[in-house]
Design a protein around this ligand. Structure first.
Ligand SMILES: Cc1cc2nc3c(=O)[nH]c(=O)nc-3n(C[C@H](O)[C@H](O)[C@H](O)COP(=O)(O)OP(=O)(O)OC[C@H]3O[C@@H](n4cnc5c(N)ncnc54)[C@H](O)[C@@H]3O)c2cc1C
Length: 418
């Protein structure tokens, strides 16, 4: 089949790779001049089933609201008067209730574990080096934060994900560079999780996919997708382009393309921030990736640089940098590894991610026979991309998926959309 993939982010490129492997003739259509230019560019680089969680967990919304007027916070609001944003937040708060969170976490784990397995094969089979480092740690500053994390700890236990809850002393032994001045109640160490350079991985996989015959059409923007009998037609820069099937992997723009076909998803574009800075004192820099549960910000070491990312901004549709988000990234760096780098002079970046209230992506067929989706990965696509690419490629090829797709498809919203 001739399959078009809209979007050259980590999800689109993984999808194209597995579609080509399944024997299809694949073309990726990307509006920028290269792959990994949007969310996949600023990615924090955490991979692995234990680090990937729905953004909203029990107690998250309460914590966000209690920090609304602090100079630093896990969420910044650029406008507080958008009814659509509050409607979406209400849905997300519903999904963060303990029972719903548990179910969503289980679905993410299933996909993340599958994805991790595939990533390891990809790295081995093609000899990929994308600055991988193993080990990740979530730090809890207070006993209250640790209590709120109980549903997560239970979900990890149920999923059989290897993890170790460390007291402050053991955590500091594991990561000796961590500042002793910042309060630390406990840390969750995840030895099998890892981090790596997402844009570098995407560029490497693009080359391999090209060698397998995948065509990349850069600087081409898809304005609309029109399902037709036995195929699809796309409007690309004023021209009509036909394909036998299309996979929409357009990140934050996926909602708009699907709306154009009458499919309204509860998807909201959230801006997420990252900062990259050169390491100044190597022995004072982290060895494993660190995730600060209070501010929902993570810090990873990538070669000679440190990357800090997190802090979601709601209610903004431009690329302006919000001071509160920058303060939050700088605070987390200064709090944990104050001498490792000068965080204030970092290169700051922000980009949109397509967030669904459940924090679980949508993969597979839609109500139109030749239109497939692979989107809504929120803040966790890098760790899910290989698995969701393989899943959608199998579904489109009429093959039996290698994992149970329950809860990962549009079927979770009823018959309206599939
Ligand atoms: C700061 C930050 C930190 C993150 N940290 C992590 C992490 O630690 N671990 C993790 O797993 N995930 C993380 N994520 C999330 C992850 O990066 C995203 O979920 C992932 O990159 C999304 O990939 P994507 O391919 O769906 O979207 P994108 O990378 O946004 O790709 C979509 C592509 O589609 C193109 N496109 C859109 N519309 C059109 C159109 N109409 N025509 C043509 N092209 C189009 C865009 O130009 C873009 O290149 C983070 C995200 C951010 C922003």
């Amino acid at each position: 089949m001739r399959v078009a993939v809209i979007g050259g982010g980590v999800v689109g490129v993984c999808t194209a790779y597995y579609l080509a492997e399944a024997g299809h003739q694949v073309a990726v259509i990307e509006r920028y001049g290269n792959v990994a230019q949007e969310a996949s560019f600023g990615n924090l680089d955490l991979l692995g089933p234990a680090s990937l969680r729905p953004w909203f967990s029990p107690g998250t919304l309460g914590r966000i609201l209690s920090m609304l007027y602090s100079p630093e916070s896990p969420v910044a609001f650029s406008s507080r008067f958008q009814p659509a944003m509050w409607r979406w937040l209400r849905k997300a708060a519903g999904e963060s209730r303990a029972e719903r969170f548990r179910q969503n976490q289980q679905r993410l784990h299933r996909l993340a574990s599958f994805s991790q397995e595939l990533m390891q094969h990809l790295a081995q089979d093609h000899g990929l080096d994308f600055q991988q480092r193993s080990g990740a740690m979530t730090v809890f500053r207070t006993a209250k934060e640790l209590d709120a994390a109980q549903p997560l700890l239970e979900a990890l236990g149920e999923a059989g994900v290897r993890n170790e809850l460390l007291d402050a002393e053991a955590a500091r032994q594991l990561e000796p560079a961590m500042s002793a001045d910042t309060p630390l109640q406990a840390a969750l160490f995840m030895p099998d999780d890892w981090a790596g350079n997402c844009p570098l991985f995407v560029r490497q996989l693009r080359t391999i996919a090209q060698d397998r015959g995948v065509e990349f059409h850069f600087n081409c923007e898809v304005a609309a997708v029109q399902p037709e009998l036995g195929g699809v037609s796309m409007r690309v820069d004023g021209r009509h382009v036909d394909a036998d099937a299309v996979v929409i992997a357009a990140g934050a723009d996926s909602g708009r393309l699907l709306r154009g076909m009458g499919m309204q998803l509860p998807m909201y574009p959230v801006k997420v921030y990252s900062a990259s800075t050169a390491i100044q004192e190597y022995e004072r820099a982290p060895q494993v990736a660190l995730f600060d549960d209070c501010y929902r910000v993570a810090l990873t070491r990538l070669g000679k640089r440190l990357r800090i990312a997190g802090c979601a901004e709601l209610g903004s549709s431009n690329f302006d940098l919000h001071q509160k988000a920058l303060n939050t990234l700088v605070k987390v760096g200064d709090d944990w590894f104050p001498n490792a780098a000068n965080y204030r002079s970092a290169n700051f970046w922000c980009g949109p991610v397509a967030m669904l209230p459940e924090g679980v992506p949508l993969i597979g067929p839609t109500k139109y026979a030749n239109v497939f989706v692979n989107t809504g990965h929120g803040a966790a696509a890098w760790g899910l991309a290989a698995g969701s690419g393989k899943l959608v490629a199998d579904m489109l090829s009429g093959r039996r998926p290698e994992i149970d797709a329950d809860g990962l498809t549009l079927a979770r919203y009823g018959d309206r959309l599939r």
